[in-house]
Design a binder for this molecule. Structure first.
Ligand code: AMP
Length: 509
């Protein structure tokens, strides 16, 4: 039996020095500091409370809460107890949460106090046994209840194939799919990254990413926790707070938007980051211009890596050696990548095709979707990423495109189908298409191109506000245009490439 991720983390956090400093996002409360001991004690208490409620190994624990050390302790509690952690994006609206809860059937849902009423309605609809609120301060809260727990239960005995987490990713079908990640997937990838990026106990990671996504939760936290490093947690990316805390940090992880925002003012300069050891970027393409500007300004070459929810990290530019702009580097130790033609031929250096990956980091499939999962794998356990790539003669992987439809806005994936379905359901609308166009701040943003029914009217602001009421902000199209008809090819498919060209300039300023 291989050691569980929790036991690997536990042995990496041997003393009670401060490990997490949370800088409260509202800036009114002072920073809160958590030692390793406090984190592990809270994890044991939460796990024991959940067990007392009847949650057992394999049960899902869904959570939609703001970033906090308590939320991290709940994640560790799930790893400890063998409960399946299911984080939900804090921007999700009730309809989106309702779908996830219905699909995953958690034994327990945890939310912020302000969301309790809506969450209880959802839980009642799906017969979810328990709803708890995470109020980090109040009496009678989940935190307080966990401290009163009578019996601390021992960590579960877990094997590498045991399920550790389900992270939902939106699919081209419009409905999110739950990627099932095992203890072995998370542990192998965490250890590979810790070693590849040389994390040690002396590191301080400035953590400004959300913790409901694989980047902030797994990539960032596992590197720090498995090295016994400290973290400074910001509630979200706030340029002023990042500048304030960089002098105490050694490492920083970001999506490309973080870097363009940092570069936007002269107060981000070489003197501020002279002492830093590492900046990494991922989740969306880092423009070569950003890489070069960052290097010219600071002397640091941002280390770009590539991964996805289903696989964790697959490739990384080297720690030592040349970090090449516009590439995502080499496969991580233990992970294999290959580029295949549409007709299933292995392609050679310089040839462009579908990128496939294999390794202990690759998930086992989507929750309760065995057929869809099987379609995503080629023979021999190779996962078809949907990304279009080329491996150059030196072995660097270049991502040259992706399954056409996907829009990545500020590091978040937006799948047009989900938004198109919502717009098409509006009584005034005949049909619609969502395309990604360049956006000055988010890198890319969605634009809606809409055909109205004859004689009906609808304006841009109204359409956008109706979408806003139903979907997370990052999915909401930034602009909407009304047209007579959508361009289609002879097969009847909407030619999104033409729309992309036509609306290229729509979100530039
Ligand atoms: P997610 O599952 O949200 O992590 O999204 C995964 C997708 O993000 C991948 O399939 C890629 O299309 C994209 N992605 C991740 N890292 C990079 C990167 N460094 N450059 C370009 N695209 C990336």
């Amino acid at each position: 039996m291989s050691p569980s991720l929790f036991s690997l983390i536990e042995v990496s956090l041997p003393d009670d020095r401060t490990r997490i400093v949370l800088e409260a996002p509202d800036r009114t409360r002072g920073p809160r500091e958590w030692s390793a001991e406090r984190l592990l004690t809270a994890a044991a208490q939460f796990a024991s409370l959940f067990a007392e409620l009847g949650v057992v190994k394999g049960d899902r624990v869904a959570l939609q809460v703001e970033k906090s050390p308590e939320a991290l302790a709940i994640y560790l509690a799930c790893l400890r107890g063998g409960f399946v952690f299911l984080p939900m994006n804090t921007a999700y609206r009730l309809d989106e949460v309702d779908y996830l809860v219905g699909n995953a059937e958690p034994a327990l849902v945890i939310c912020d106090p302000a969301a309790e009423e809506g969450m209880r309605e959802i839980a009642a609809r799906h017969a979810t046994p328990h709803v708890l609120t995470l109020d980090t301060e109040a009496q009678g809260s989940l935190t307080e209840a966990s401290r009163r727990v009578r019996n601390i239960v021992p960590p579960a005995q877990l094997a590498a194939h045991d399920l550790a987490a389900i992270l939902y990713t939106s699919g081209t079908t419009g409905k999110p799919k739950g990627a099932m990640l095992s203890q072995g997937n998370l542990a192998s990838n965490g250890l590979a990254l810790r070693d590849a990026w040389r994390f040690t106990e002396s590191d301080v990671l400035l953590h400004a990413l959300p913790t409901f996504h694989a980047h902030g939760l797994f990539v960032a936290c596992h590197c720090a926790l498995l090295a016994g490093a400290r973290m400074i947690w910001l509630g979200k990316f706030d340029r002023d707070l990042v500048l304030k805390h960089l002098p105490r940090a050694t490492t920083f992880m970001g999506v490309p938007t973080f870097y363009t925002r940092l570069l936007a003012g002269d107060d981000f300069n070489a003197a501020l980051v002279k002492h830093m050891r590492l900046f990494t970027s991922g989740s969306a393409p880092l423009l070569a211009e950003t890489f070069e500007e960052f290097r010219a300004r600071t002397g640091h070459a941002i280390l770009e890596r590539y991964g996805m929810t289903e696989t964790g990290m697959n490739t990384s530019n080297p720690y030592d050696g040349e970090r090449r702009a516009g590439t995502v580097g080499f496969p991580l130790p233990g992970t294999e990548v290959r580029v295949m033609s549409d007709d299933g031929r292995l392609l050679g250096a310089g040839e462009v095709g579908g990128l496939q990956v294999r390794g202990p980091n690759v998930f086992s499939g989507y929750w309760r979707m065995p057929e869809k999962s099987a379609e995503e794998f080629a023979e021999g356990g190779w996962f078809k990423t949907g990304d279009i790539a080329m491996i150059d003669a030196d072995g660097y992987v270049h991502l040259v495109g992706r399954a056409k439809d996907l829009i990545i806005s500020g590091g978040f994936n937006v799948y047009p189908k989900e938004i198109e379905e919502l717009i098409d359901d509006m009584p005034e609308v005949l049909e619609s298409a969502i395309v990604g166009v360049p956006h000055a701040d988010f890198g890319e943003a969605g634009v809606a191109v809409v055909v109205l029914r004859p004689g009906r009217t609808l304006d841009e602001a109204e359409l956008i506000s109706r979408v806003k009421a139903k979907l997370a902000n990052y999915k909401v199209p930034k602009r909407a245009f009304f047209v007579e008809s959508l361009p289609r090819n002879t097969m009847g498919k909407v030619q999104k490439n033409l729309l992309r060209d036509e609306y290229r300039g729509a979100c530039k300023s």
